[in-house]
Design a binder for this molecule. Structure first.
Ligand SMILES: [Zn+2]
Length: 342
């Protein structure tokens, strides 16, 4: 890698969540105003910034192709087909499309969606059919993943590796969440990257959260962690809020210590991320937001205006900062050869 500091801005293109005008987790319906209205409005602002700075500001769009989409619309690739013109225009800009599979499963008995992290047969089917559908319709040179809820475990890592996924960027070093309740549904939002290093690595077959040690074998799939940093005050506040919603029977909740900051947050808060990045020795930063956060009327905390302002902060305050898509970042990384790769 050269002396540039690479900045990857990514967006999870999910349906609108409840707090942004979406349907509840107890309904088999999904609405996409974030994708159809939020993204085009956002791009107008990005074009103005590109003209002002006279540089490209490419984005990475993580698109849903999975079992929930199939359950609601009949086909796993419905999102790509229905909004084909939107994705096509983004690719013409030089943006990347990555795969964003969620493990949403419908609880038939109680009628709600929840995060399925245990039923391996179902998870394998969800990921395998989603991968085939994504690959066939998007035809990417390489398939990159940003997982729903940033969740991975040893089993999902094995399946993604076997399918041929080249890299995943779900890791959030230092962070762990044991889940929380969303409304009345027993939905969890759990992930565990507590021991993960702040650098790309080939995950150990024994523990996806770290590289292989001693004689362990590693997956071929490269894990490229997003940027997190120690923010004692911020992480304590975030943990307290999330833990107030945690599921009964869970003891950990969100672990305080490390924090990631979303680029739709207030610029005064977001500046702490840029300061932490500049202090670190790291040469790339990945930050992401959600399509519904670009909708104007729903959130007092996150907004399109914040996002535009935070892009300016990234551009102005990171010396040597260059905006790249995730696939460009992957091609710039020089990863040492590792023994024992599966
Ligand atoms: Zn998502």
């Amino acid at each position: 890698m050269d002396n540039n500091k690479y900045i990857v801005m990514a967006c999870d293109c999910d349906p609108d969540r409840v707090q942004y005008g979406g349907y509840s987790y107890g309904e088999k319906r999904l609405i996409w105003n974030g994708v159809t209205k939020g993204i085009p409005a956002f791009l107008e602002g990005v074009c103005r910034l590109e003209e002002y700075y006279k540089c490209r500001i490419p984005f990475t769009w993580n698109v849903r192709v999975d079992d929930q989409i199939k359950q609601v619309f009949g086909n796993a690739d419905w999102t790509i087909k229905e909004y084909f013109d939107i994705w096509d225009n983004l690719r013409k800009r030089g943006d990347s499309l990555c795969w964003h599979p969620h493990l949403w499963k419908w609880n038939i008995q109680n009628g709600y969606w929840y995060q399925e992290v245990k039923a391996e047969h179902w998870i394998e089917e969800c990921l395998s059919s989603g991968y085939s559908a994504f690959k066939e319709i998007v035809q990417p040179e390489k398939v990159f993943v940003h997982a729903g809820w940033c969740f991975q475990n040893n089993f999902t890592m094995k399946i993604l590796n076997e399918l041929g996924v080249i890299a995943d960027y779900s890791a959030l070093p230092g962070m762990r969440d044991d889940g929380y309740r969303a409304g009345k549904a027993a939905f969890t939002n759990s992930f565990d990257w507590q021991i993960t290093p702040h650098r790309p690595y080939f995950p150990s077959l024994n523990d996806y959260r770290r590289n292989a040690i001693d004689n362990e074998k590693a997956w071929k799939l490269l894990e490229i962690p997003s940027f997190t940093f120690k923010g004692r005050f911020l992480s304590s506040v975030i943990s307290a809020v999330r833990n107030s919603k945690k599921l009964p029977g869970l003891f950990g909740g969100r672990l305080p210590g490390y924090v990631k900051l979303n680029p739709t947050l207030n610029p005064y808060v977001f500046r702490t991320l840029v300061k932490a990045f500049n202090k670190s020795q790291r040469n790339y930063v990945i930050v992401y937001f959600h399509a519904d956060e670009t909708l104007k009327k729903h959130s007092k905390i996150r907004s399109l205006e914040n996002l535009i302002c935070n892009i300016e902060i990234l551009k102005d305050k990171i010396p040597g900062g260059v905006f790249v898509s995730f696939s460009e970042l992957y091609s710039y990384l020089q990863i040492d050869n590792v023994n024992g790769i599966e």
